[in-house]
Each structure stands twice: as C-alpha cells, then as structure tokens.
Design a binder for this molecule. Structure first.
Ligand SMILES: [Zn+2]
Length: 383
C-alpha cells in the first residue's frame, strides 16, 4: 500500500516527497481540490510513512509523476507492525476526524446534536486535547481532518494555536474542497497543497477495474460527467445515473414538440430523488443543497449530451460520451451552433442555481431556452 498508488497528482506528490527528503515536513498541511481525487489517500499514505518503523527508499521513481525528481524518495515499508495497523485502519496514532464524529463524544448533549458538523466541542475533544497526549506507539501522531471546510468558525479559532505550534511529533492534514470557506487565519497556518482533477481515461479505466460488470461505455459516461473525480464517478455507479441519463436524453429529444412544464416537473422530481441519495451519504447537507446538487448533476448530463451533439455535427464521432445513443443524435437535427448555445444555456442555468434563484424558475427557464434550439425531432427509426 504505497504512497505511489496515488496517481496523477503530480504537484502534491512532488511537494510531499520534497518535504520528506529535506526533513522539513510542515506540521499542518492543507490538501485542497475536488472530492474523490486522492487527497485522503495521499494523507493516509503520508501518515504511514511518518509512522513506519523502516521507511524505504525506492531506487527509481515508481511513477511518471516523479520522473526527474532529484531527491531521495520515501515510502512506508508495508511490512512492519505500524504499517499493518495502518493498513487495517486501526493504528492508534492515526486520528481520522470527520463530520459524524460527534456521535462518539463523551458528552451526551454533543452526541445527540444533529447536523452541526465539526463544532468547537468536537474539535476540542478529538483534536486539541488529543494532540496534547503522547503517541501510543511512540513515533508520531497524525490527524487527518475530512471536509475541514466544515469546521465552524468558532472551532477554527480554537484550533489556531494547535495548527501553529503542535508538539514536535504531531502532524495535521486538513482536507478541503473549498479553500474559501476556511478563515484566512487557518489558511495562513497551513501549507497548501493543490490537487487537480484526474484524467478521464484514468477514471474510466479504474472504474472498469473496480466496478463489476460495468460496460466501457457506461464507465466512460460516468468518468466524463464526474469531471475527473473517481470518487464521484463511483457514486454515480451506485446511484444508477444511467437511468437518469436516459430520461434526460429522452426529454431533450421531445423538447421541440412537448410542453415545458411537465418536463420541468419530471426534472425536479428526478433531482429530488437523486439529491436524497446524495443526502443519505452526506448528512451534513440540507434538503435545499441536496436538490441543488441533484439538479446540477442532471444539468451536467444535459450538457454532456449537447457536447456529443456538437461533436457529431462537426464529424468528431470517435470521441462521444453517449456512444450508445449516437444514432439518435444524428437524427436530432441540431446543428453545431445550436448545440453550443444549448451548452451555454445549461452553464447559465447552473450559475443561476449558485445564486439561489428558485429551482423551478431555473429549470423552466432553461427548458424554454433549449426548446427554441431543438427542432421537432424526427423519429430516428424512420430516418
Ligand atoms: Zn513499515
């Protein structure tokens, strides 16, 4: 379970290896970037190196991201007791801090709270106080804070001193998707490490390795709409997003000749069902936010479809996302200019969602714009 299994995070791997090689690892790291691209995996593998009894030096860079790296590389041995404990996720000196941790708080008042996330009580008990104790296995202590952008402002203030000067063998790694949600004082006390989206080909190939029976077409679709996030693409598999995709494509095909309100109603209903699935996994989001995320996903499917229509209209059939529906596309009668305008309409609608415009207005407005661009579609079977 090597740190080099984290792929395509060129800058993050370089920054971490350079710090390890120079013996100047900062005590507080801020790993930032989209969800599901390897931030937690790199944090966890770094923790293993810090706790391993006999860290190893691979003689040559094992991955192309580190080709040309001039310093010594470091990795956990994978065999010592610390590595075995870390791999089993039972190492007593790796502290994973996450949103639902309040349920393990000794105070029943804190335990019974709902949806407050990483509050002062939680951060004080599980981080600040725990930092002050000795590592149980002697070497070091590593705190990995998931979704650290959800630490409340009060808790961030309480954490400042710990971030600034933790005891010598304590390391904190904050994982965030949105840097702007952190206080500037928190940001300035950590070294920021950027993570970027993964290549779509890599996400497609990995999905085919880890998801049983997934077709290459479906893996490609999920990878494309997950925008470089392997974690998101895997969740799309669980959510059976292909069924929603089929419905979106069907309604877009009918838009030219159907009335908008029933289609808008269906999109909103689907977004709600999808949002409820997101919320089951992430209790920290509100119903409104869940609906908005559901809608954004549907918008993304629509934009992907129009992206394909655009490719077909310029003769680039070889790089389609919805390969199975290519035939329907050629019969859609939408030209390159209309497809590009449709994509812009979807992007505008997404922007309106961000600005908290009523979801019904956003969906109806988008569908009206799209209906003007999509001609009455001929039946592809007759063409
Ligand atoms: Zn080891």
């Amino acid at each position: 379970m090597s740190i080099f299994e984290v792929r395509h995070q060129h800058r993050a791997q370089q920054i971490v290896q350079r710090a390890l090689a120079g013996g100047r690892l900062p005590h507080a790291y801020l790993f930032h970037g989209p969800d599901g691209i390897g931030k937690e995996m790199l944090a966890e593998r770094l923790a293993r190196i810090l706790l391993c009894e006999n860290p190893v030096h691979p003689p040559t860079p094992p991955i192309e991201e580190l080709a040309g790296f001039d310093g010594p590389l470091l990795d956990a041995c994978g065999w010592c007791q610390d590595c075995i404990l870390a791999q089993a996720r039972t190492h007593p000196d790796i502290h994973l801090i996450y949103n639902e941790l309040h349920k393990l708080h000794p105070d029943p008042m804190v335990r019974n709270r709902k949806g407050l996330g990483l509050t002062v009580d939680v951060i004080r008990h599980f981080v600040i106080n725990a930092v002050g104790t000795k590592p149980l296995r002697g070497r070091a202590k590593v705190f990995i804070i998931r979704q650290a952008d959800r630490i409340t402002a009060g808790a961030q203030n309480a954490l400042l001193k710990t971030l600034e000067e933790p005891p010598g063998t304590t390391y904190l790694i904050l994982l965030v998707t949105n840097l702007d949600r952190l206080l500037p004082t928190t940001r300035s006390r950590c070294q920021a490490v950027p993570f970027g989206p993964l290549p779509i080909e890599f996400v497609t190939a990995t999905l085919q390795e880890v998801v049983p029976d997934i077709t290459p077409e479906l893996a490609g679709l999920y990878a494309a709409i997950a925008q470089g996030s392997l974690g998101t693409a895997q969740r799309y598999c669980q959510d059976s997003l292909d069924a929603y995709n089929a419905k979106i494509i069907d309604t877009l095909g009918r838009l030219g000749s159907a009335s908008v309100p029933p289609i808008a109603k269906q999109w909103l209903k689907d977004a709600e069902t999808l949002g409820a699935q997101f919320r089951n996994r992430d209790k920290g989001i509100s119903d409104t936010e869940a609906l908005r995320r559901g809608l954004k996903t549907l918008f993304c499917l629509a934009a992907t479809w129009f992206g394909d229509v655009l490719r077909v209209s310029v003769g680039a059939q070889q790089s389609l996302t919805n390969t199975a529906q290519a035939r329907q596309m050629t019969g859609a009668g939408v030209g390159a200019r209309q497809a590009a305008s449709a994509i812009k309409a979807v992007v505008d609608a997404e922007r309106h969602l961000e600005r908290n415009v009523s979801t019904q207005l956003v969906v109806e407005g988008l569908l009206i714009r799209l209906a003007r661009l999509v001609p009455v579609a001929p039946n592809p079977d007759n063409s």
